[in-house]
Design a protein around this ligand. Sequence first.
Ligand SMILES: O=C(O)CCC(=O)C(=O)O
Ligand SMILES: [Fe+2]
Length: 325
Amino acid sequence: MTDAHLSPNDGAAAMATANQALMSDPTINVTKSVLDILGAGVDVENGKAAALEEIQSLGLADYVTELDTNGYTIIPPDKVAPPEFIDRMLDAVLDVAERRWGSRPDMVNPDAQGFSAPHGTSVTYMLYEDPVFQEAALNPTALAMATYLVGHNAILYTCMALLKGPGRVDMPLHSDNIMVPPPFGPNNFVCNTTWLLTDASPANGSTCFVPGSHKQQRHPYPDEGTADRVAITAPRGSLLVWPGHTWHGGVARINPGLRVQMPIMYGRMYVRPQEPYMENVTRDVLDRNPPRFAKLVGQHVPYGFKEEGPDLAKFPGLPMHSPWE
Ligand SMILES: O=C(O)CCC(=O)C(=O)O
Ligand SMILES: [Fe+2]
């Protein structure tokens, strides 16, 4: 806590509290600094262990194994949400698109509406457009997987829909660790939970992955990995999950009609979200949702202070527990 932005009093008080906790805990070697302890990495494993209990209770252990091995997993609809929920999500996506664009996307014959870009057309900043997107972000399966990958203090990073019609060009392989210089290191910063609102298959222009590519801990070079891509096949209502490290893209859609999927991405609390949830959440939305939602929209994030300085109570578990859990 030597941050120059702390007011002298805040800094002294924080240091005193930290030292007090260190000195009074007989299990702690007092010659270690707070940073030594925070940097030890032990709590990353503790955080994962807690997340794994939740994973077990939801019957998701095999999907975590697949995720760790291949860098992605496909969770089937019966472990995610009932079909009516997927109907609500799709309707809400089409409603938002219609409100913003003046015409409803045509699911059967979208060609005239221009959805032919390799990743389709994105409908961004959806979280506050309809409560169904907030429910999706809080879905127990999605949240357990996100917690496993980016911790209990995770924030929402993006919540958008991708609408993709027939096209000729594949979406190139990339990692979602956008702007992160390699090497990434072993821990994840962001993860993607993509809701399939239409059936996925190669002819439908599905998302593709390079199995094992998350272990490279870097972005792919242009065209690297293309020969090893696997374009997924999965029914509507499935949830794709992958960490930012994994190389993925999308194959061009051959079939007529529209592919609709929603990437809802989470990040560690230090990550800058793509969309401004923290600044724009209303009291009404916070009151309607459980406490975890307040965290997802960054109400526990201590950054963004002005001359008043940081709210030290918002530094999680200071000084003994890791803010990255
Ligand atoms: O369009 C796709 O299938 C891939 C989308 C993508 O890259 C993403 O959601 O991060
Ligand atoms: Fe991506």
